[in-house]
Design a protein around this ligand. Structure first.
Ligand SMILES: NC(=O)c1ccc[n+]([C@@H]2O[C@H](COP(=O)([O-])OP(=O)(O)OC[C@H]3O[C@@H](n4cnc5c(N)ncnc54)[C@H](OP(=O)(O)O)[C@@H]3O)[C@@H](O)[C@H]2O)c1
Length: 190
């Protein structure tokens, strides 16, 4: 069954990007291939990905317009955005623009992932939109030894989670959590 997984990296104070959408603080961190939270292992279990338009713009800028993914990628936006100029695979980039409530596209996203997982690339509010409808299953978060004081939030919701796994990779703490649901206090108070 397809699980929905928010796999990302954050600062210790819960920012996934700085206020200017820079990830410089992240890209300079040392990482060990094959270590906890290993990207190659993670992506092997992913069948499709979904991201918001800010993340899409960042990926395109970072990769100089060359789309790095071969899996179906859903980009959520209310605007008309350009497709990537080219793809690293040499095939046309499989980028599908969608807009609206996540609940209305969930079946399509899960279907595209097949028997594998759906990766929520970011940002945090998008992961929150899945959590709002009870469709965020797991988070895998690599915590960098950085605080920024302000930036794009990791997951701006009130949720209870269960710690499943913790490890170290280079300078990162990697934590995998199952999402239980709304904070117990919020559930009790109706
Ligand atoms: N640390 C990491 O590993 C990591 C991972 C991923 C991303 N990031 C970074 O984190 C930042 C995230 O940016 P962000 O917080 O702005 O989030 P984002 O999810 O990347 O982009 C948000 C935008 O996506 C569009 N959108 C979101 N939900 C939608 C929906 N249901 N229907 C239609 N459009 C929707 C809206 O823009 P429009 O409608 O105006 O297009 C919204 O303003 C970026 O800088 C990104 O590069 C970091």
């Amino acid at each position: 069954m397809t699980r929905t997984v928010f796999y990302t990296a954050t600062t210790l104070d819960g920012c996934i990007a700085d206020p200017d959408d820079s990830l410089d603080w992240l890209l300079r961190q040392p990482q060990e291939e094959g270590g906890a939270g290993d990207y190659a292992e993670f992506i092997g279990g992913v069948g499709a990905l979904v991201m918001g338009s800010t993340t899409y713009a960042w990926v395109l800028a970072h990769e100089q317009g060359v789309w790095p993914y071969t899996l179906p990628a859903f980009v959520l936006t209310h605007r008309e955005l350009p497709l990537p100029a080219s793809a690293a695979s040499g095939e046309p980039a499989d980028v599908r623009f969608r807009s609206g409530a996540v609940v209305d596209m969930l079946a399509e996203l899960r279907g595209a992932a097949g028997a594998k997982d759906l990766w929520i690339v970011g940002g945090g509010d998008l992961a929150g939109q899945f959590a709002d409808i009870g469709a965020l299953d797991e988070t895998v978060v690599s915590i960098a030894p950085v605080v920024l004081g302000a930036g794009r939030p990791l997951l701006p919701r009130r949720l209870d989670l269960e710690l499943l796994e913790v490890g170290r990779n280079g300078s990162f703490v990697v934590a995998r959590h199952r999402v239980i649901g709304a904070l117990a206090e919020d559930r009790e108070n109706g």
